[in-house]
Design a protein. Structure first.
Length: 244
């Protein structure tokens, strides 16, 4: 088995989960959907020199996914507010963990270099389950360990409250809106280890650079050693503004 890939602190990235994939972005890392991207497309991107991170939700069920029927009714809790068709998962469930192992096998089979498992901060959300911080740490370490056993790099998505606990066991972080929520400084837990933070911001004032908002954003991102993009909330590739 190959050694687990450790991305560089300065590696640029492209994140797109919907729409026709933009394949001509000059970024080192492509973070793309595990299910919707074919092995052939992944192979083509790798041939172009990109590293491939494959996205899936590890903390919610999505009723359009091909393996949705594998979830038990008892695995699924409250709906995710604002995301139709998604329900929080009981991350303590053996069945949920089995499904995630199968998804990581698919990532390996498709040629992914790493994984971006989403919704891994359920303990801070109204999931419908009595999840504790320790439950979340245990599950997130499970995801990282299972990824590593397959030679895959693991990314920690959000879960800002546990960054210092988990930075040692993940190769990179993926963050949404830490500038908006004033949480970017917490990512020193990763950057101090030379591990990149792939940060996405969505606010429209960055797109329009209202009152210099985008300029300030990029100045802050560079000062914090974050890789920052401004993207559409749907992550459909319709635009991409990079601070790098």
């Amino acid at each position: 088995m190959n050694a687990v890939w450790q991305p560089n602190l300065l590696d640029s990235f492209h994140l797109q989960l919907r729409g026709v994939l933009t394949t001509n972005v000059a970024a080192t890392i492509y973070d793309i959907d595990l299910f919707d991207t074919s092995a052939a497309q992944i192979a083509q991107l790798k041939q172009q020199g990109h590293k491939i991170v494959c996205y899936f939700s590890a903390g919610s069920s999505e009723n359009w996914r091909p393996d949705f029927a594998s979830f038990l009714a008892t695995d699924m809790g409250n709906p995710l507010q604002g995301w139709p068709g998604e329900n929080w998962l009981d991350i303590r469930s053996d069945n949920v963990r089995s499904i995630m192992r199968t998804r990581m096998n698919l990532a390996l089979d498709k040629g992914c270099d790493g994984i971006d498992p989403d919704n891994v901060d359920g303990y801070t959300n109204p999931t419908g389950f009595p999840l504790t911080a320790q439950d979340q740490l245990d599950y997130n370490r499970f995801l990282s360990s299972e990824a590593h056993s397959r030679g895959l790099a693991a990314g920690l998505k959000n879960d800002v409250g546990q960054l210092s606990d988990l930075a040692a066991t993940f190769e990179f972080a993926v963050n949404e809106q830490c500038h908006e929520s004033a949480e970017c400084a917490d990512y020193q837990a990763f950057t101090s280890l030379g591990k990149p933070v792939l940060n996405v911001e969505y606010q429209s004032r960055y797109v329009s650079n209202t009152d210099g908002a985008y300029d300030e954003l990029c100045d802050s991102a560079r000062a914090e050693n974050l890789r920052t993009l401004v993207l559409p909330l749907l992550l459909d590739g319709s635009f991409r503004l990079s601070c790098d």
